[in-house]
Design a protein around this ligand. Structure first.
Ligand code: FE2
Length: 364
């Protein structure tokens, strides 16, 4: 296929549909150190929806709730619970990006449209991807405002303790059994992306469950979207548990990078973020598996941080528990020290930890 005629510079933002955006925004500010930077709702003339924009480093997280009954957002929340609706890409041309995607077989969510306010104009468009999830294209070269036209700056009096998060490393999509390859094909055909990394059920399995995963990346590899599906095991895979509660495919986790995972996790734990526990036995074998690293293993053990390596270096990672009552979306905190891997060496320990939580929920 011919070359993709537009450029994706990186993630622009991720938008979640939630039941109570006001309270959710408080959670992400007070526990994860995001700053509330923009708002739209009744006070800005929006009669049907309210959105809070949270920022830290290069990460923009938008939380949106309906203000009235019978909205698409309300239906989304009823079916899926709080969840990730849109993964938005910053592009050089949102019209060409949409045209090309449609030509290559994508379904439109909305056609290119121009939004304007006193700070300039942006062009945005969107296409559908797995489940009810969408990818929007944002072109903002003629815009100087804080987020998008129609959003009001928030004058902050509240001091938020930053947790040193830097950017979105990857966003993961969970698919029902047997659909992973079809979704990866979609990313190949519609976007011209390539397979960056993959694991199969022989690599990742516990006594109870296993998964397959293929990481899709765009040309400049600024965007990485791992696509998972459950594989057969003795009991219900954690991917299947997600599918059951989300009632569809959807975004399983957002991985946020930091330059100092020990500091970040320390602060988040103090602030009340719940992370998946890692057994002490994991750290007994760590040095043998990974070799010498800069971090103190006792510190990593105290905080529950996992480590993996590949031929280029190592990486440190940890996963939160689900961020809402349904066992669906969670976040990962990641620090890369040379490694581009997705933590294959940790999947077993991670799965066993998730399964202990699944057991508590009566879903294993
Ligand atoms: Fe991840």
């Amino acid at each position: 296929m011919k070359k993709i005629p537009y450029t994706i510079f990186g993630f622009d933002h991720c938008e979640m549909y939630v039941g109570n955006a006001k309270q959710a925004s408080h959670y992400y500010q007070s526990t994860m150190g995001f700053n509330l930077v923009a708002y739209q709702g009744l006070e800005t003339g929006n009669r049907e929806t309210v959105s809070y924009v949270l920022n830290q480093g290069l990460i923009n997280l938008v939380l949106t709730s309906p203000l009235v009954k019978n909205t698409e957002i309300g239906k989304h929340i009823d079916r899926h619970g709080d969840g990730m609706k849109a993964i938005s890409f910053l592009v050089d041309d949102a019209t060409i990006a949409w045209d090309e995607s449609i030509k290559r077989g994508a379904q439109s969510e909305f056609e290119p449209k121009t939004l304007e306010d006193e700070n300039g104009s942006i062009i945005m468009s969107a296409i559908r991807t797995f489940g009810d999830t969408v990818h929007s294209f944002i072109e903002r070269k003629k815009y100087n405002g804080i987020f998008l036209p129609g959003f009001k700056d928030i004058d902050k009096s509240k001091k938020i303790q930053n947790t040193d998060l830097v950017h979105i490393d990857h966003v993961v999509g969970n698919q029902p059994s047997g659909e992973m390859k079809t979704v990866c094909k979609f990313y190949e055909n519609v976007f011209g992306w390539h397979r960056f990394w993959s694991v199969d059920d022989k690599d990742i399995n516990t006594k109870y469950s296993s998964l397959r995963s293929i990481v899709m990346a765009n040309n400049n590899e600024k965007i990485k979207i791992p696509i998972n599906e459950p594989a057969d095991g003795l009991k219900i895979s954690q991917i299947q548990e997600f599918i059951d509660y989300y009632d569809d495919s959807g975004v399983q986790h957002l991985a946020l990078s930091t330059k100092n995972i020990i500091k970040t996790v320390e602060k988040m734990r103090e602030n009340g973020v719940d992370f998946l526990p890692t057994p002490k036995s994991y750290y007994e074998k760590l040095e043998k598996r990974i070799g010498t690293i800069d971090e103190d293993i006792a510190e990593l053990s105290r905080l529950g941080i996992l480590v993996d390596k590949d031929e280029n270096g190592y990486m440190l990672q940890i996963f939160t528990k689900p961020l809402q009552d349904r066992p669906t979306l969670f976040f990962e905190i990641i620090q890369r020290k040379g490694s581009n891997s997705f933590g294959k060496g940790n999947f077993k320990a991670l799965f066993e930890s998730i399964e202990r939580e699944q057991q508590k929920r009566g879903n294993l």
